[in-house]
Design a protein around this ligand. Structure first.
Ligand code: NAG
Length: 498
């Protein structure tokens, strides 16, 4: 045996053994994943801002922020609070909408009756994004609420009295990052509603194109003009190039309009097409764009998109120990680990990416990714996604479910104002700004269960401290849940070998 063959054999064995350990401990049934799917969508009802509809299921919430935008003569009622506070941040709200839509686009046909609830969750923010983008030409409203003031209080959204300042980007103060993400969200949502509500879908797509045009023509980062209220919360650290390419890619997917194909071809190289990068989040869209455009190459035979398949493969190899490009970090319990703050956002986005790429690869009959001399199959990608999903749902060293309301043990001290304060229905008297803090610091469990919320999650030693003030671990966020919805739909509908 030549040394080279030996190395490749060993490497292959390592990859196979590693994959084997990922799928040895089957415990959750398809029913469990179905239950988790239902709850993962229900969570979005807990984040709703605005007038709640009669069919609101998460009953402890009430109407809130009913005059958002009014002092600026614009209707900005609705949308989602991003996490445990009461600010409506445009960049993560748009990204949430894009990923929730992506979940529905790829795996909605596996959702059964939950598809209605999933579409409802997309529509809740798509309606808001339409208001935020369509009211004034070349203007996009990107935030309601002053986060510094909001964070000085611990108040239920239903009786908050902090300033609901409105922030926008315009031709003079551009925000290509937030605008192109909004365009991506509107385009992705237009695919969700293409059959069920064609006129709404058309409106979403037309608005998306206008917002993209604004994002592209008036270039700049919203962090430059709005830094004092978007940073450090949702500062655009990665700049706006990634969002421009992502936005164009979603409009291309939604419209199949050649202008966007040409845009991607002529601008891709300057907008990050050739860069490898390894995390996919509300800030950085490069990995998602590559996988999204790979479909164009794999399924629709757009030769120009082969480049994106190559970089998607590089990304996959970066996750597989023993691969030449391996660079991911896993905890000893097997969790993908990127950072101490809301780490599970990277895990859920990676799970959606893995399952989506597995789908694109297998629908093409081209089943394997080459990582050096080893080949990684769709089944391997699914096994890795399953390991991450199962970990989140409770198969982990701490024996803790990181989905609220799911399983035997889950966090009782979620960092979330509404969940930790008594409901307006049981305690109608106002809880003032400072009076709320006793609930933040209290050791008592949250009175209201934020069903389905995925939290920031454990540290790099698989440890979790169920402490309400430990927001890095105990705070939920809409963009943690959004990609998880698609992953759960896949496992709820797919029988797994033991
Ligand atoms: C394609 O997109 C371009 C740019 O937005 C637009 O001007 C054109 O009308 C679109 N074509 C069709 C057929 O929708």
């Amino acid at each position: 045996m030549s040394p080279k063959t030996k190395v490749s054999l060993v490497r292959h064995l390592c990859v196979s053994l590693w994959m084997l350990t990922l799928c040895c401990c089957y415990a959750f049934t398809q029913n469990d994943y179905s239950e988790a799917l239902t709850k993962s969508i229900l969570f979005f009802e807990g984040q709703r801002s605005g007038k709640l509809p009669p069919n609101q299921r998460l009953a402890w919430r009430g109407d809130s922020a009913l005059s958002d935008g009014s002092s600026y003569h614009v209707d900005l009622v609705g949308g989602y609070y991003d996490a445990g506070d009461n600010v409506k941040f445009g960049l993560p709200m748009a990204f949430t909408t894009t990923l929730l839509s992506w979940s529905v686009i790829e795996f909605g046909n596996l959702m059964g009756k939950e598809i209605e609830n999933a579409r409802g969750a997309v529509r809740w923010s798509a309606d808001y994004l339409l208001k935020a983008s369509a009211s004034t030409p070349n203007t996009l409203y990107v935030q309601v609420g002053d986060p510094n003031m909001d964070h000085r209080c611990w108040e239920r959204p239903e009786d908050m009295d902090t300033p609901r300042n409105v922030y926008k980007v315009s031709t003079q103060n551009p925000g290509s990052d937030v605008a192109a993400e909004t365009a991506a969200a509107l385009a992705a949502a237009s695919i969700v509603f293409k059959e069920s509500d064609p006129s709404y879908s058309a409106k979403l797509l037309q608005t998306s194109m206008k917002v993209f045009d604004f994002a592209d023509q008036y270039r700049g980062s919203y962090s430059d003009s709005l830094g004092s209220v978007v940073c450090p919360f949702y500062c655009s650290y990665s700049g706006y190039h990634d969002e421009l390419l992502w936005g164009a890619s979603w409009i291309h997917r939604a419209s199949q309009n050649n202008s966007y194909l040409m845009y991607i071809q002529s601008n891709g190289h300057t907008l990050g097409a050739d860069e490898d990068d390894y995390s996919f989040s509300w800030d950085d869209k490069r990995v998602g764009t590559k996988v999204l455009l790979s479909k164009g190459f794999l399924d629709d035979k757009v030769e120009e998109f082969q480049l994106y398949k190559v970089h998607s493969d590089n990304y996959i190899c970066s996750l597989i120990p023993g691969s030449p490009g391996f660079q991911a970090q896993y905890t000893s319990g097997g969790l993908l680990y990127k950072g101490s703050e809301s780490n599970l956002q990277y895990v859920t986005s990676t799970a959606l990416i893995l399952l989506t790429y597995a789908k694109y690869l297998s629908s093409n009959g081209r089943v394997a990714v080459s990582c050096g001399t080893s080949s990684v199959t769709s089944e391997n990608l699914i096994a890795l996604a399953k390991k991450q999903v199962d970990y989140i749902l409770g198969q982990n060293p701490a024996k803790m479910s990181y989905m609220v309301g799911f399983g035997e043990r889950y966090s009782k001290h979620v960092h979330h104002r509404g969940s930790s304060l008594p409901s307006v229905h049981t305690h109608p008297d106002r809880v003032n700004c400072n009076d709320g803090f006793q609930y933040l610091y209290s050791g008592s469990p949250n009175p209201n269960i934020l069903e389905g919320a995925i939290l920031g999650g454990p540290d790099n030693r698989d440890g979790f401290s169920d402490n309400r003030n430990n927001y890095q671990q105990s705070e939920p966020a809409t963009y943690i849940n959004a990609p998880f919805v698609g992953a759960l739909a896949f496992f709820a509908a797919t029988p797994m070998a033991h």
